[in-house]
Design a protein around this ligand. Structure first.
Ligand code: FAD
Length: 258
């Protein structure tokens, strides 16, 4: 069986000059856990050009959704950013990853820490009913440089609360904290400092972080992963040591080892 499927683009949305999202058809046989990533790409000069992408859609959706950077001289994204509905995209058949809920110890609050396109896997997780069954509260923190980088802001902050099946859970249990580090904004402090100073929970009007009830997932650039991990460890949290072993927090290891 081929390790690549060809899917058709259904919809493309450009957030700003450096970020866009797109939806594709999905094969019935394509199975994944919310939080997984998969290799996707285009045929360039007759050969597949593939990159790792977190799946932004939840696994119950009939479509696949991806949230992408546009790198001007990036081999894949310099081309991918010109996708239109009807175009074909290559999608790997083996979604994988360590950013999965089952490697978290039971807890009451789940913090999802993301920067930039690191939001993508959490778009899948916040639309997973299981997360609201496992945790009383889910706090999504999305840190970006400019206000226009806050992709999905209205969707998360307003539209999702009206979702037919998830709306009730989302309005009662999901807390969304956008952070903008290089323009004037309500919260401008980087995620690691928000954690280590206690400003995170102060800002949200919540009880301070505590290792017995709080859990976290982290996705972002390598520097953000390292600093956020260190901030959580400084508060006493212990990460999942490897896939299949539970911890207080999980990170996307493939991204770290790149
Ligand atoms: P590349 O040659 O791959 O990258 C060129 C340069 O662009 C890199 O050196 C880096 O400095 C910068 N860059 C690359 N990706 C990003 C990014 N996402 N944000 C900011 N700067 C970046 N990218 C996504 O856009 N969305 C995702 O959901 C996503 N998920 C990933 C999951 C994993 C596990 C890994 C390892 C990577 C993921 N990436 C994601 C990055 C992605 O694989 C590619 O690097 C990206 O698509 C750019 O590809 P490129 O060929 O255009 O440029």
């Amino acid at each position: 069986m081929s390790s690549l499927q060809t899917q058709t683009v259904i919809d493309v949305h450009h957030w700003n000059e450096s970020l866009f999202s797109f939806k594709t058809t999905r094969e019935n046989s394509f199975r994944f856990e919310n939080g997984h990533f998969v290799m996707i790409g285009l045929k360039l000069d007759g050969k597949p050009c593939l990159r790792a992408y977190s799946i932004a859609s939840p696994n119950w959706s009939e479509e696949l959704e991806f949230f992408s950077i546009k790198v001007a001289d990036g081999k894949l994204t310099s081309q991918l950013q010109h996708l239109n509905p009807g175009d074909e995209v290559l999608v790997g058949t083996k979604p994988v990853g360590t950013l999965v809920m089952r490697d978290l110890r039971p807890g009451k609050r789940l913090f999802l820490f993301s920067s930039g396109t690191g939001l993508a896997p959490f778009m899948s997780i916040i639309r997973d009913l299981e997360v609201y069954e496992r945790f009383e509260q889910v706090v999504l923190v999305h840190s970006v440089r400019q206000v226009s980088d806050l992709a999905y802001r209205d969707y998360i902050g307003a539209e999702l609360a009206n979702h037919e099946y998830l709306g009730e859970f989302i309005s009662n249990q999901l807390v969304y904290l956008p952070v903008v580090t290089r323009e004037s904004f309500d919260v401008q402090t980087r995620i690691p400092e928000l954690i280590s100073t206690g400003a995170l929970t102060d800002t949200l009007g919540m009880e301070p972080l505590n290792t017995s009830e709080d859990r976290a997932m982290i996705c972002g650039s390598m520097a953000m992963l390292d600093d956020t991990k260190a901030a959580l460890e400084g508060c006493g949290f212990v990460g999942s040591p490897s896939q299949g072993e539970v911890g207080d927090f999980v990170i996307e290891r493939a991204f770290v080892e790149r």
